[in-house]
Design a protein. Sequence first.
Length: 434
Amino acid sequence: MAMREIVFDTETTGLSFSGGDRMVEIGCVEMLNRVETGRTFHAYYHPERDMPVEAFNVHGLSQAFLSDKPRFGDAVEELLEFVGDSPMIAHNAGFDFSFLNGELTKCGRPIVHMQRMVDTLQIARSRHPGAKHSLDALCSRFGIDRSHRVLHGALLDAQLLAQVYVELMGGRQIGLGLLSNTGSSASTPVVAQAPRVVRPPRVFVASEGDLAAHAAFMKGIKDPIWGPWRPDDAGRVEPTGPPEDSNVDKETNMDIRISGHQVDTGEALNSHVEDRLQGIADKYFARAISAEVTFGKGPHDAGFKCDIVAHVMKGLVLKGHSDAYDARAAFDGAAAKIETQAPPLHASPEGSPRRRSGRDGREQRLRQCRLHAVSGKHRGGRCRGRTADHRRDACRHPRGDGVRCGDDARSAQHRRIAVHECGYRRAQHGLSPR
């Protein structure tokens, strides 16, 4: 069953029927299944009062033009016959319904029930919140031509509103019965589908000659970074590196991400960044780390700046920043700051870090101290050597016989005051009390 709807608009002498304003024009457009049928209704009415200048400037209907038009009560039958009991659609429908029902009440006719009212303004606000919802704005949004609309006219506005209503409701098709009632008895010819040609999958396998040529090529490479190679029994080439339990240091592969903020990073700069950070990783860390390198313009667009963020372990992040007139110099400065924060690491036979003795060992421990001081293991402030994370040097204070004390600085006999400082009872060292 077809769905019939009436899209209408009115023109009035003002904004309030209860305040004495009257309806002077109405235009209606009939739609079936949201398609205009071409049937319309258009009428002018005598307002039985003067026409305010403000209203005349909107619709251009003067008192002289309306002087010979019928009163609403005298021509209401034609309107009611056209409208029937169909839903009535208007933009800001509350305004139009107030004047229509006011005129119907004034002439003693039953009003149009509000359940038949469809307000396109409310639909537009729900579909496009925050946008403009006037009729002109909606026509612009949906690409509806309104170039011929100079003044407000009830029938013209109703025709524009009918197109806007269709777009607001999602288009013209409201059902799937596209072939119903076409009156065509001819059957649609069916075209047989052409047979599909199925080709067998192609297998790409290297021949014996290809494998031999590849093995010869690999043997010609001197000192490859992947270690010595040899063809296996199946003819494929497999790498043969050091065994898993060997003591040879393994290369730490980094996940390096390089980006430029309003700066283009070239291949040479990217290669330099990767080589430098890879060297730092191989020297200081036993496992793979990730780093993010960001280049940007320097202060006041002069020179370049570089920021490095290296994720070493859980809860420990190294950061470096540097400014320079050259992008490479800015990176080198930031990388140097990263390197000063990293502890030198050497693999022990068991694969775990081992300490070095002498001056190098002391520098290593000082580097570790700086790392621990930012990791939350210290209870605030600069490290004073009071935590168990430090492996303190042996006591270096001389005893009474002139021989250096060999006690471990971690022993309970020492009163720990600072790194490498003996807090042992001075009387037992042969020194005078403090």
